[in-house]
Design a protein around this ligand. Structure first.
Ligand code: S3P
Length: 179
């Protein structure tokens, strides 16, 4: 049986689009922490940041994540900053194998520039902010992930296939090791 699949990665790496495709390939239910937060709050992410600041948003993120421990049959897409808290990194691992979806910075920036949904990039110089956040987070994604997939040259469908294959192999290895 395929375990839950947990997707992490920087803004614009395609966690939600790829996650939806994984759900249709596997029959897993697609869950997105940002969507859970928005639904519960009854506010958009920019509105939550404006009303409660980043700490308020992060508290909501940790609370939604804790609720998912013990739930099976899900593919989980997470917000790009979920790995910042140690508590969240531990919770992610309890939910399922953690897969870091990454891509070249130029592609990520092009994708995030298409809309204004990400309040962290509402700065005087969004590219500089983007670069600084990415540099700070790369080692955190790497440490938090069980597996990595570079999706730069993959379509969302190809990336979804690759994630499913890697997750299956990973679980096969883990069960052979008696984990
Ligand atoms: C954030 C990423 C966003 C969203 C929020 C904060 C981040 O999600 O959770 O704007 O800190 O990187 P996406 O990664 O889906 O853009």
């Amino acid at each position: 049986m395929l375990p839950n699949i947990v997707l992490i990665g920087f803004m614009g790496c395609g966690k939600s689009s790829v996650g939806r495709r994984i759900a249709s390939l596997t029959g897993h239910r697609f869950v997105d922490t940002d969507e859970l937060i928005v639904t519960r709050a009854g506010m958009s992410i920019p509105q939550i940041f404006a009303a409660e600041g980043e700490p308020g948003f992060r508290d909501r993120e940790s609370a939604e994540l804790r609720e998912l421990v013990g739930v099976g049959g899900v593919v989980l897409a997470t917000g790009g900053g979920i790995v910042l808290r140690e508590e969240n990194r531990e919770t992610l691992r309890r939910i399922g194998p953690v897969i870091w979806l990454h891509a070249e910075p130029g592609l990520l920036f092009e994708r995030v520039s298409r809309n204004r949904k990400r309040p962290l990039l509402h700065t005087e110089d969004p590219r500089a902010t983007f670069d600084a956040l990415l540099a700070a987070r790369l080692p955190i994604y790497e440490a938090a992930a069980d597996l990595q997939i570079d999706s730069t040259r993959l379509s969302h469908d190809e990336a979804a296939q690759a994630v499913v294959e890697e997750a299956r192999n990973f679980c096969g290895r883990a069960s052979q090791d008696g984990v």
